[in-house]
Every structure is written in C-alpha cells, then in structure tokens.
Ligand binder design. Structure first.
Ligand code: ADP
Ligand code: ZN
Length: 520
C-alpha cells in the first residue's frame, strides 16, 4: 500500500517525497491503527488523511471546524479528480440535500463535515447507509477542555463515533497539544491503542534567543539599526506598549506601523497591507496581529515582553522565516514581565481550573526564558518531540561564556526557602536573604531565620532573579494560583547536602546579523 501512497503523492500532489512524519502516519493508518498526529501548522496534515482516504474503500469522513479550509480542500481535490464534498452551514438546503444524496450513493472519497452536523438526524441516517473506513478529525485539541479552544460539539463526536454500527478507524490531528492535552484527546475520543506521532516542530532556519537584563529601548535601537533593510514584527503584551514602541520608532525616523485590537478595522487592514507589500518594514503589534497573515520574508520577530505561554510564543515567533531563509526570534525578558502576564490571567474570564492551567503554562514560559538548554530543543521537547539535536545557533547554544560556580549562592537561597516552609513568595524570600526591614517580613518574624541577610551583598532584584533562575532549573517550585509560594523540589536536596555543584552561565546577548555579539 505504501508503494501506492508514494505514487499517489507524485501523481496527485506532484511531490517526490514525504515530509518527516507523514510517511509513518500514513503507514500507521493504512495498517489499521487509530492515530493521534501532532504536526505544526503548515506541517502537511491534510495529505496524512487525504492519501489514506484515496486508498481505502468507501468514503472517509473529515471533521473540521473551519469552513474556509473545507472549501479550499474540496476545491483542490476536485480539481485533481478526487471526488469530494462538504457539509456545513454555508450550503443552501437544496445543496445540502444534493450532497447527502450523492454521499449515500458512495460518490465521494472524502466528505468534510463541521462537527455540529453530526447531531443532525439526517446525517445520522446517512452514516448508517455509507461505508466509512476512516474518520479524520482535524483541530482535535478542540475536544479537550485543557486545550486552548474547547468546543462542546467536539465532545459529542466521541459518543457519535461509538454509536456507529461499524466503528471506523479514527485519526486525530492537531497542531498544538502538550502531552496532557494529547492524553486527554485520546481518552475523550476513545481512541483504541492509538499510535501517537509528534513531529516536525523544529524550525532549523530560526535562531532563537532570549535577552535579559538590557535597557530594552537601547537594545531595540541597536537591533534595528543592524537590520535596516529587513522586515520584522515586534510583539508587545499590551496595546499601550504597542503605541509607545511604535511612536518611539517613528520618532527615530523608522517606517513602523502598529496593529492592535483598539484600532478600527480599516486602520488595521491598511497597515497589514502596507506591511505585506514592504511599504512599512516594521510592524509593532499585539497578538491580535498574525491570524491569516502569511508573509514569507519576515526576517525577525522580536518580543518586547514574554507572552503567556510557549504555544503562543512559538506561534508568533514562527511567523519569521516562512520562506526558509535564516531568521531571528528574540525574546526580551525581565522577570517582572511575569507579573504582567499573571495579572492578565487573573483578570481574564476563565474559571479557577482554567486559570490554574494558564498559570502553569506561564511557568513553562518563564522556564524557557531562563533555561540554559538549547532553546529549540526546549520548545520541541515541550511539544513532546524528543529526538531533536541541539540547534547550535540559539542564544544558549552560542553561549560561550564560562560557567560560574554558584553552589554557595544556591545553598544560601535553597536553605532560606526551605526554612520559609512554602508559605511565602519569591519576593519575600529575596527580602529575607537581603536582610530587608520590610514591615510584613518583621511581622512574620522572618528576621529571626538563620538565613536572614545571608545575601545582603547583592541587590534585592538580583536575589529575586537568582531565585527565579533556581525555579527554571528545577531546584525550586512555584505554586499555582494568585499568590504563588516558593518551595524546594527534590532536586534541591543533593545541593544542600553538598553532593551537587551549581554552575550558571551569564547569558550572552543576541548576535548581530553579521555574526559577532551586539552590545548588551
Ligand atoms: P497543515 O494542514 O498541517 O497546516 P497542509 O496540509 O495545508 O498543512 O500543508 C502545508 C503545505 O505543505 C501545503 O502547501 C502542502 O501542499 C505542502 N506539503 C505537504 N506535504 C508535502 C510534501 N511531502 N512535500 C512538499 N510539500 C508538502
Ligand atoms: Zn540551540
């Protein structure tokens, strides 16, 4: 069968070879395995179900929430001679009946449907008269309440599938699922001994970097003056910052435009067009910008602040280098930015469960900002793909600075946190180590701890940074919720017992496009 699949790949799509992952996924489906495939956007999911659909007898059902995608795919399948149709709310009643009739005849190889349609009794009857070898579920993260886009109609899918007289194979696809969400998808959909594939998340043409402890405005000026001819996006966390950064750039004589939810549709559309056609080179935007833009030659994406989770970060950063050319993704990070994101979560809608999920995602985002591991590996690992080599060009891989032995500082910080018994946050722990006369600190009698003032030679902010670093490296843990408290993890014990040394690199700054280091 795989031989046939390769021939079809060439004949129908004109491609010579499968992408990483596609072949394994298709082979699994053709061998009769339920499948969960996690591939990034643009990774080539559609071929993974379209090809098996052409090779299996009967009509493959494709569930998708995206009406425009259904139409595009059906159009292009029809063009190459593969009979396909869709059922969704864009059809008139007459068209709908017509498609149903043909479907009942077995005229299609692929039938696309919106999940809401599965409730319709008419569709129910239809499924009883059709041969369905495979159900492909696109955007499968929508079944999970832990995913970022839960849809109740997806929940009902599982029940519907299991009520079918002959249960077809089920293959679920998504671009975003952490391993918890992936487990949930498999469970909710009732996949049977599913094979799971996570693949294609690495972006070899992106150089990722995290820049900490710089004057952001000065850094930006330097960064842009090295990239005068290039197109790029600067993401800010709030509308206000987008306004500020944009006017800073315009005052400096740069062609910058802004894009955020507070502008009119017309203004946004105009700026987007001007950016698309390189009339302005720099787009300063909130996360409102990006849906549906697919500009190939974005050479850099700079985050003025960290977003709330790594999924968002990687999605936004990933808008750089769509054309495969070398591009840079820079995250400017200050530990205080964590507070901004925490505030946004607290103020957000979502119930308590949802907020606690968001909070732990935020912690992973912060860990990324502080890790010393290869940043590409860190991200890909987060998405569940484990066999990726260090990229060699992110700010961690490039970090040639000598690691500094900070075992003694670690022991002081860890023993202090240990003595505070998981009742206080990072700020208070830093105050204790600093030996601060803070009123609350004194009220709690924390000045009587033996660790009080142990790190008084350092500024309080640096001590807090140091504690956050220990969190990122897994020696300390922050609880979830509105007032996160800090406590020891099991990893802290060998350090406290003198069995393990702690080495820290002082992070190097981002490279210039030319190659050598830009000023920090
Ligand atoms: P996704 O649904 O995962 O976002 P698509 O299925 O739309 O991605 O595919 C993204 C693009 O990659 C499409 O233009 C598709 O034609 C192309 N593509 C997919 N598989 C291959 C392949 N094996 N070789 C070359 N191009 C491919
Ligand atoms: Zn790397």
């Amino acid at each position: 069968m795989m031989q046939n699949a390769k021939q079809l790949l060439k004949k129908i799509y004109g491609y010579d070879s499968f992408r990483k992952g596609q072949e394994n996924i298709i082979e699994g489906i053709l061998n009769g395995s339920d499948t969960l495939a996690i591939l990034p956007t643009g990774g080539g999911k559609s071929i993974c179900y379209q090809l098996p659909a052409m090779l299996l007898p009967g009509t493959t059902l494709v569930i998708s929430p995206l009406i425009s995608l259904m139409k595009d795919q059906v159009d292009s399948l029809t063009r190459v001679g593969v009979p396909a149709a869709f059922l969704n709310s864009s059809l008139s009643a007459a068209e709908y009946r017509e498609v149903l009739r043909s479907a009942r005849n077995g005229d299609y190889k692929l039938l696309y449907a919106a999940p809401e349609r599965l409730d319709a009794p008419m569709f129910q009857t239809l499924s009883e008269s059709m041969q369905i070898p495979l159900i492909a579920i696109d955007e499968a993260h929508c079944v999970s309440q832990w995913g970022h886009d839960f849809r109740p109609s997806y929940r009902q899918l599982a029940g519907w599938i299991n009520r079918l007289e002959q249960r077809p194979l089920v293959a679920a696809f998504t671009a975003t699922a952490t391993s918890d969400v992936a487990d949930d998808i498999e469970q909710v959909l009732g996949l049977r001994s599913p094979r799971r594939f996570v693949t294609g998340f690495a972006r070899p043409n992106l150089s990722l970097s995290v820049v900490t402890g710089v004057d952001k405005k000065r850094f930006l000026t330097q960064f842009l003056s090295d990239r005068k001819e290039q197109s790029g996006i600067i993401y800010t966390a709030t509308r206000k910052e987008a306004e500020e950064v944009c006017s800073q750039l315009q005052k400096a004589g740069l062609e910058a435009g802004k894009y955020h939810g507070g502008l009119s549709d017309a203004e946004r559309a105009e700026t987007q067009e001007r950016f698309r056609f390189d009339d302005i080179r720099i787009m300063v935007a909130t996360n409102a910008f990006g849906m549906g833009i697919d500009k190939p030659n974005v050479r850099y994406v700079l985050h003025w602040q960290m977003p709330g989770d790594l999924e968002s970060y990687y999605q936004e950063a990933g808008r750089a280098g769509r054309d495969g050319e070398e591009s840079q993704c820079v995250l400017l990070f200050e530990p205080a930015d964590m507070q901004v994101q925490r505030f946004l979560i607290e103020q957000g809608s979502g119930d308590e469960d949802r907020k606690s999920v968001q909070m732990s995602k935020l912690h992973m985002m912060m860990n990324y900002s502080r890790t010393q591991r290869c940043l590409q590996q860190f991200i890909v690992d987060y998405f569940g793909e484990s066999d990726v080599e260090p990229c060699g060009k992110c700010s961690c891989c490039q970090d040639k600075s000598e690691p500094v032995n900070r075992t003694e500082d670690a022991k002081m910080a860890l023993s202090c946190v240990g003595r505070m018994k998981g009742r206080f946050g990072v700020t208070m722990a830093a105050k204790v180590l600093k030996g601060s006369r803070d009123k609350r600190l004194l009220e709690f009698g924390l000045d009587r701890l033996t660790t009080y003032g142990l790190m008084r030679h350092l500024p309080e902010k640096e001590i807090a940074d140091w504690l956050y670093w220990l969190v990122a490296e897994g020696y300390l843990r922050l609880s979830e919720g509105q007032y996160p408290v800090v406590s020891l993890t099991a990893n802290a014990l060998p350090v406290l017992e003198g069995k393990q040394e702690i080495m820290q690199r002082v992070r190097a700054s981002v490279r210039k496009s030319g190659g050598e280091a830009a000023g920090g």
